[in-house]
Ligand binder design. Structure first.
Ligand SMILES: Cc1cc2nc3c(=O)[nH]c(=O)nc-3n(C[C@H](O)[C@H](O)[C@H](O)COP(=O)(O)OP(=O)(O)OC[C@H]3O[C@@H](n4cnc5c(N)ncnc54)[C@H](O)[C@@H]3O)c2cc1C
Length: 449
């Protein structure tokens, strides 16, 4: 019996999928946003999909994997970039979407199964008067576990910082692949072992996150004559302490033509600031936008846009959806992810904006970083070849703008600091001594003797 057949034979009544087209489909994520990763990962597939229903199934899956030397690649909604959910060494895809319940919510804390879809989670929270602090622009398809293990921040980060900001994720429950597979509760600083580690430290069954009282967010799109003015207003509104906001995104003049839902509403050639503002802040935002030389040309109820077929909430034009809107029209583009320093942010943005002409479309996301307001950027880049992409990265870094490179598949090379971590290696040893969990994605594992 081949390895994966022996694995399947040990699973008892846990459902599996073996139909080749389906297994191939579930071996994909959005790695293809990178032409570099597309070339490298197009032929990497799992051999079987397993569909756990509860934590007992997760433990049985890990036991079967240990007994048969089968690697396990967890999968939520499959919206990750970086090839996070693409198995490098075959084995089994663990589809986590069967663990999909909100367990409880009280006092601003929610406990939820990790495979729950984030749109459904937000709706379930809203039914009890709460909402997610933070979600990726892929809220419709992503799971909360996939967001914690693969994402970094998103809509809400302008108020709450990133996922790794203490206080946003309180705990997780993880089934590791250690000698005695069991579910372990990780709380407080220990949560770092699961955040953005691509499932290399175990299968996360539950998470505990902080949530906020629900708000009827309002989409507002503001047009400016040029990018510098838009960026200045974006920073200003992000810093306005009296205006409650969930999203402050800035797009340069080249991006509006790619936004089907806004293109015909905004002035041609405008740079944009896209906002989600609480109803109490709408009037003030209109006043501040006008005073800054902007024109508010679109206002809508975010939830209504989210729930109405044919409408696009503004957040689906932001974060990495900006790249998606461009790719829908032209597959010749890719993107980068960068972090700007909190001091002199706008000067640095202006400096970078002059460097690349039509080759790069500038896109900023204002957020809390290290306690202050700064911005991340996801510039959309016209792809020529890998060498040029690396030049563009080097041009950023030589000017003090850090790049989280989305054209590599390891956790460390895709981070802003690119160093293998002894702490991460220790977590790996503890939770996955046999190296079965999403193998090949963690460089720090190489520090283990
Ligand atoms: C158009 C687009 C927009 C995006 N916008 C954002 C954004 O705004 N912010 C952001 O941070 N990211 C963003 N991303 C990246 C991605 O969508 C997010 O990281 C998302 O939250 C991933 O969730 P998922 O359920 O699809 O995870 P998947 O892609 O299924 O998995 C992501 C990683 O987590 C692992 N994993 C999944 N579930 C578990 C589990 N239960 N236990 C252990 N490991 C697990 C997988 O193995 C994989 O390594 C975007 C991507 C795209 C394509």
């Amino acid at each position: 019996m081949s390895g994966v057949d022996a694995f399947a034979a040990q699973l008892g009544d846990i459902p599996v999928q073996t139909e080749p087209a389906l297994v191939k489909r579930k071996s994909r994520d959005f790695y293809w946003y990178s032409p570099v990763l597309k070339r490298q990962l197009d032929d990497r597939f799992g051999e079987i999909v397993v569909l756990p229903r509860d934590e007992a199934d997760l433990i049985a899956i890990v036991e079967a994997a240990r007994a048969t030397g089968t690697s396990l690649t967890p999968r939520g909604g499959g919206t990750g970039n970086y090839g996070q959910a693409v198995p490098l060494e075959g084995g089994a895809i663990v589809d986590m979407t069967g663990l999909s319940h909100l367990l409880w919510v009280r006092d601003g804390i929610a406990r939820v199964q990790a495979g729950m879809n984030m749109l459904e989670l937000d709706r379930a929270l809203r039914a009890q008067g709460w909402e997610l602090r933070m979600y990726p622009s892929t809220k419709r398809t992503a799971t909360i576990g996939g967001f914690l293990c693969g994402g970094s921040g998103g809509i809400g980060s302008v108020r709450w910082g990133g996922l790794a900001t203490p206080g946003n994720v309180l705990a997780g429950r993880v089934v590791g692949a250690g000698d005695m597979p069991e579910a372990v509760e990780v709380r407080g600083p220990a949560v770092r072992s699961i955040l953005h580690t691509y499932g290399t430290t175990g299968l996360m069954s539950e998470v505990e996150i902080t949530v906020e009282p629900a708000v009827a967010w309002q989409d507002m799109a503001v047009a400016f004559p040029d990018f510098a003015q838009a960026a200045a207003f974006g920073r200003d509104i992000a810093m306005q302490a009296g205006v409650q906001k969930k999203l402050v995104s800035v797009m340069d003049e080249k991006l509006l033509p790619f936004f089907g839902s806004l293109r015909d509403k905004g002035p041609a050639g405008a740079a944009l600031v896209l906002l989600m503002i609480a109803p109490s802040g709408v009037e003030t935002t209109r006043e501040l936008a006008t005073a800054a030389g902007g024109v508010v040309f679109h206002e809508a109820d975010t939830l209504e846009a989210e729930n109405t077929p044919g409408q696009t909430p503004l957040y689906e034009l932001t974060w990495n959806h900006t790249t998606l809107q461009v790719l829908k029209k032209d597959r010749g583009y890719t993107y980068l992810q960068s972090g700007y320093p909190p001091d002199g942010t706008l000067d640095k943005v202006a400096e970078i904006a002059t460097l690349f002409g039509d080759e790069v479309m500038m896109h900023l996301e204002f957020m809390v970083m290290a306690g202050g307001i700064s911005c991340a950027a996801l510039p959309v880049v016209r792809f020529s070849d890998e060498a040029r992409l690396n030049d563009i990265i080097a041009e950023h870094e030589s000017r003090g703008v850090l790049i989280a490179n989305p054209h590599v598949w390891t956790i460390e090379e895709g981070g802003m600091h690119r160093v293998a971590s002894p702490d991460l290696a220790a977590e790996k040893r503890r939770y996955d001594p046999l190296g079965l969990m999403n193998p090949g994605k963690m460089l720090s594992a190489g520090l283990l003797s």
